[in-house]
Design a protein around this ligand. Sequence first.
Ligand code: DLL
Length: 443
Amino acid sequence: MKSMWNDQGGSFNPASAADYLAPDPLRQLQLQRLRATVRRAYDRVELFRSRMNERGLTPDDVRTLDDLGRLPLTVKTDLRDTYPFGLFASDMSEVVRLHASSGTTGKPIVVAYTQEDIEVWANVMARTFAACGLGRGDIIQNAYGYGLFTGGLGAHYGAEALGATVIPISGGNTERQLMVMKDFGVTAICCTPSYLVHLIESGREAGTDFRDLPLRTAVLGAEPWTDAMRRHIESSSNLKAYDIYGLSEIIGPGVASECVAQSGLHIFEDHFYPEIIDPTTCEVLPDGAEGELVLTTLSKRAMPMIRYRTRDITSLVSERCPCGRTIRRIQRISRRSDDMFIIRGVNVFPSQVESALLRVEGTVPHYQIVLTRHEGLDQMEVQVEMTPEVFTDRIGSLEALQKKLGDAVERTLGIRVNVRLVEPHTIDRSQGKAKRVIDRRNL
Ligand code: DLL
């Protein structure tokens, strides 16, 4: 770790980071760390040991990186079933932090960090910020939520390790966000893409045009968003908007990040080993093929994770990136294998609806998909907010707009669905992850 830090002031030096390792030393490092991780998980976590024993495997069977494919997969319910601390590999006396992620059902999942884990986390988040072009001198407004959610503290420690100035404002209180942004000369913001859209819109309504601010960089993640949404954000500000990815089970934010090329997210492979599997057969797929991302932690001590099924759909890009980083990239995550629904036999993902809506002018990117069930068949309605200008316009043009949106969605999905225009500010604004789908099918 030592060589990654400058002598002056301890700030992060991106040039010496593992992002630029040649493939052979990187693979060697990964194998060495993988073997140590599997050994630790086997020795200290009952679930991993019994699963491996069932297959007649011991840690010594991991001799190459390809051997990883022989190990059992881990899923979210394994964390629920061992709630709260059943997957910890460290004694509580070594655990310095707990976070939790709320699931859709009841109890959250709990994750743990040793001091070393916190240092690795700060390191990968500093590399994330460096990849987004940030460094010492930047003033970063951190509007990810502080608390059990990993976004706030994860980004906070990374920004400090980078040597930037961090404003720990957390999510919410939009008026104060706008005031701080203006008064403190903020150059970068971290939040969810949906909250940034809300901030830009609220700024405009309060007389603050984002184009007049020194704000240049947005570090956005924690929810799916589209390139169309990126164009919307970038064209209504002077921002370059970067996509960052992570999940609590693995570490939090800091698993992968876009670089200035904005073309795929570099995965910090020295700490997280990626595989892509076919979500149905669980077969490992080659680089370039789309499937479910499976991650193995290579250095986590308190809670090592072996072959965790993320449910996030993407592919691995092994071609060299123009930015010079040698670590592989994943494509932007546009969907999860479990957020698909079927409407009249057609598979639909919320991200497809978002791309379609953003092609049409006169709406703002606040939308919601409402699912209902009628006589056993799923029905979907897309509710889209109008801009205040369109809202005050004549009825005729509203109908035309509604038709245009319906056509755009039909062109993307191949089926006609009900699109309903709703008045400005009627769809809930989220301070964190937006709720795009309201599922009333089981009510
Ligand atoms: O959302 C960690 C995070 C915080 C990432 C801040 C980025 C920025 P969880 O709450 O555990 O952790 O949710 C993880 O969110 O499996 C994805 O489905 C989704 N997700 C996270 N980042 C992205 C992204 C944090 N950039 C789950 N694009 C993941 C699409 C994302 N989905």
